[in-house]
Ligand binder design. Sequence first.
Ligand code: ATP
Ligand code: MG
Length: 749
Amino acid sequence: MRYAFLSCLNPAQSQCVEHPPALPLQILAGPGSGKTRVLTSRIAYLVLHHGIDPSSICAVTFTNKAANEMRTRLVKLLGKDKTNQIKLGTFHAICVLFLRKYGYLIGVEKNFTICDADVSKRMVGKLLKAHEDFMASKDLTLKEGAVLTMISKAKAKGETPEGVRPKTAKSTVSNIQTFKQTAFADVQQVFADVYRDYQTFLRQSNSLDFDDLLIFGVELFSKHPRHTKWCHHILVDEFQDTNTIQYELMCCIASMNKCITVVGDPDQSIYGWRSAEVKNLARMQNDFTNVKQVFLEHNYRSAGSILAASVSIISQDNSRIPKTLRTSHPLGPRPMLRSFPTENDEASFLAYEINRMIALTGGMLGYGDFAILLRFNALSRMIETALQRERIPNRILGGHKFFERTEIKDLLAYLQLVDNPEFVPAFSRCVNIPSRGIGEKALGEIIACAQKLKSSPLSIVEQICDHKIPDLKLSVRRKVAPFVVTIRTLRKLAAEGRPPSELIRTLLKFIQYEEHLKKTQPDWELRWENVQELINFASEDVGDCGVGSLVISPDTKPSSDTPLRQFLQASMLSSDGDKSNGHDDGKVVITTCHAAKGLEWPVVIIPAVEKGNFPFYRSEDIEEERRLLYVACTRAQAMLYLTHALKRKSAGEQKTKDLSVFLSGIRHENPSLFSDEPPSLSAQDQKLMAEILGRESRLPDEDDAKCRTASFMPARQYNPQPKVEGELGQFDPPPSPELPYREDIPTGY
Ligand code: ATP
Ligand code: MG
């Protein structure tokens, strides 16, 4: 039987979808070639054609947002019931699902809390303090961020605290080398101690950090392989960015049936800094037999000229294996590469240009069609200001992440404590919110008392309130009484299975949080808005941490997780952009190049393509930076802008900036790939854009002349500065004359 969704695929894509389920499949293809579409179609085909039980399919995505997008696509193909049975989510989410249920087999308690990076960092900072004197005496410095990265890398390699401790050995090398070795050994010594104490903290707080989720997941599945029996087929998207432990997890899950499909693109591997191993592609060839490799060569996303420019960027990496990538889309307007005198001019231009495009395309493009992709978040300030000045609605994805905002963390801390009374960081955070006069000293006493009595701080204050143990000398009882009442009320509601939104509303009333914000925060209204957004999020059906339904296999009982626990999981596991789909909400999206992976927008703008920013000066891998720029460029469907400011403020100083090395050579050698003028938006331009986007052009032919002379006036006229010397021009409205339509731009590589 032919399924309708197969007719939306090309022959190579169909071949992947129809590949026998029992034979491992590796699809390697460039951006926009339909890898994610193929993965989704293959799932549908496995269920509909091969009759595979949807609950025995595990689909792994890189973010929860990607999982949600895949879920939406699957609902269209399979319907809601079948889709909900599929275990669809990130590796972390899948581990959480199984650890909650079977973690007890390896000593993980059911109500563990997921410890977020912020809490981990604070804890490591606190633990480092104990070594301050030692470090100072050795003239060494060690920051908490660096130690946390070391811990994470050690965990990824499976090294224990004792495993990283330096071995004392007599040295026979020179003095300088001995000195270096000693310094290294001292650092390792501190690192090993902090790592050990950090693990103790996690254990005592009944919490797991993100690395632990994967490590314990592997432990569970390898020690108790019967819990992988449910999995008939595992499919992994963005495989090039899996790290060693994720790879091992994938192998564990696939161990029973060896039915596995992965899709990836080595040219888009951008998480080496987080220990991703592109080598896993080759490793898979060894670890599984008869792995079929398929290459897709047709790009469906981008205009020809965007693809050509992107390919010219990635092709400068001589170590990569050349691939072919074609597009059937027309060339479309050439990507713009332009330098501006200052970052202010750059930002003003971007805002002006967005409004110009929207006005001149007669509504074919809306604000939601634009994405501004930054190398790092801090670059957004000037751009945000310019957008606000032009009244351009925008949203920042993954900037100050929603779940990392103070007000959100305050409220989540209460809920975490209700779910896991052992979680000390949550206690420390919320016991004095709103202010109850419990300062650092009193908090220290409570925690010390808890340690002495081998109990949790929450239990201590409850016992003090209940007169079961004497009050501490700072009359803690009076101060914590309202706190204990609040926790107990919430605990009762949670035990009754009441929805998390109700718990939050109750909490807000009990602690008078709005009043607290008014008293303490000048921007309390914005923060209160965020609180409302949290209630909205809590009202949504978050499913089981974004992983399929509550039923994990036909032979197991439904998960007994409370709605509160499910909600906490969903919020702790949410990643960049998860709180919004980033599209169609009528707002320009500002996000990072990393967070844009896998997504697409009609118009993509990449500002600050400058030395020091792109490649980022602290990055150790220049090729990874180049791939990141390639990923960012290939998100664009119809139009791409790359901009550079000759002067930019950095750390309070105005600095001169050169164009990124990724672009300076190309601009010199192949100037025809980029234009330094924005597209004219002639009728022809607009028709091509409409064709690429599969939309209707709003501009009949006869309006061409009108279009080019349209008197377009943004909210605030862009104010051109005097032209900069040499090739670097200043943007001059009105729109430039039409560019030649180039047929000669190569698209293969
Ligand atoms: P990336 O590497 O960026 O993740 P990808 O290879 O996963 O890209 P998809 O996101 O699956 O690519 O597809 C890119 C775009 O092309 C999507 O809009 C998708 O709907 C469309 N597309 C994929 N295959 C086809 C096809 N055969 N016909 C028409 N459109 C297609
Ligand atoms: Mg994809």
